[in-house]
Design a binder for this molecule. Structure first.
Ligand SMILES: [Zn+2]
Length: 161
């Protein structure tokens, strides 16, 4: 379990991620890192008014809200505050579900649409978002959330020439 991270500002996320590094892509409005518990799973946190918010003070980075990797076996949960990792306890499934429902409502309100498929999917996302079969986060029985679909999209984009 890490207690601090380094930040790399990149245009596109590299294929091989280093442990303990936050890759921040302003171009794709997303931050990608390997789960800080050490399990090696890749975590993508899209930046948007209804997803995560990145704060850069010139030296260090903070991400809001916390990062809860509920779909990973490790179920790790932490905050990133000024490049430090603040570990949080596990969260009961009920709270996670409530949080996901709140996310969906916030997106529906923000984007003014109801369909999950449409929410937050600007034109360039549509191709990827429509093809659920290539989801990388296998093993999750839940309907893919927007942020999982975005993560899949980002990972697949990285594999394109
Ligand atoms: Zn982990």
């Amino acid at each position: 379990m890490r207690t601090s991270v380094a930040t790399h500002f990149v245009q596109t996320v590299p294929d091989k991620l280093q442990d303990g590094v936050l890759y921040v892509s302003m171009e794709y409005a997303t931050v990608v890192h390997k789960c800080l518990c050490g399990c090696g799973k890749e975590v993508a946190t899209p930046l948007s008014p209804t997803d995560w918010c990145l704060t850069f003070d010139g030296e260090t980075v903070s991400l809001d809200p916390s990062i809860g990797n509920w779909s990973f076996p490790c179920r790790s949960h932490y905050w990133i505050r000024n490049n430090r990792v603040v570990w949080s306890g596990d969260m009961p499934q009920k709270l996670i579900d409530a949080g996901r429902a709140r996310d969906r409502q916030a997106k529906a309100a923000y984007y003014g649409v109801r369909s999950n498929e449409e929410i937050g999917a600007p034109h360039k996302f549509e191709l990827a978002a429509g093809n659920k079969k290539t989801r990388l986060s296998a093993g999750s029985e839940c309907k893919p959330t927007l942020r999982e679909r975005l993560a899949d999209w980002i990972f697949r984009m990285r594999k394109l020439p």
